[in-house]
Design a protein around this ligand. Sequence first.
Ligand code: ZN
Length: 260
Amino acid sequence: MTETYTKEDGNTELWHTIFAVGHPDLSAQQSFHAKLPRDPRCKLCKAPFAGLGGLYMRFRGKAPSSRNKNYCNACDGFLDAFPGGAEVGMSVLFADIRNSTAFAESAGPKAASERVNRFLDSATKAITDNDGFILAFYGDCIVAVWPPGFSGPDHARLALTAARAISADARAGDGAVPVGVGVHLGEVYIGTVQAARGLFRDVSIFGVEVNITARLAAAAAAGEALASKALTDAAGGDAGAMRSFDLKGISQPVEATSLT
Ligand SMILES: [Zn+2]
């Protein structure tokens, strides 16, 4: 990731409504758009960019934003008009590839890039199939959130299902990409960030709970997903045995279970 981002504040009530409660206009758009074919879609309103649905959207004046193709022009305009964010309790997932540097050295850059793309394809599918919101690809790492206003009240269970799917792909035998997954639940600041050169805005997350999730992913073995007790408690069901993890830079030990 070469861009540096600056966190922005403001419009707290609006951001809280969108990600904690669910904004009625946006929720209505999302459920309408989700029925139309097909991916890729706007990350926020889920307007399809391809297939018949994409054609229909273009007819309605919605197309990928020229500055940020992850969003439609309307949502990109929204991020620009209402920069800011709010603290919202949500599920957070980090997944990253192990030993990327060693692999790139031995297999070469083409094989390394194919491997990253295979991982991003399968992880993206696992996350979007389970109503998650992908925030970023940082090199060989993917970050996603399940805010209740966006993913619904069942967000912890959905995040758990995505974590299981990603780690199952990482154990799928020949050609499987060695990935470690961390999934956690807590209060995070979600809001807009501005690219250093002011080219575009995106959405990102901040706070100690974000660091805990990243550290859990780092502590997971290849093909393993570690889920915090906070997340499995919220998801319900039998979580299995908990272990206590001393995570780098985190003062309190974190209870987590291996999903595999
Ligand atoms: Zn949109």
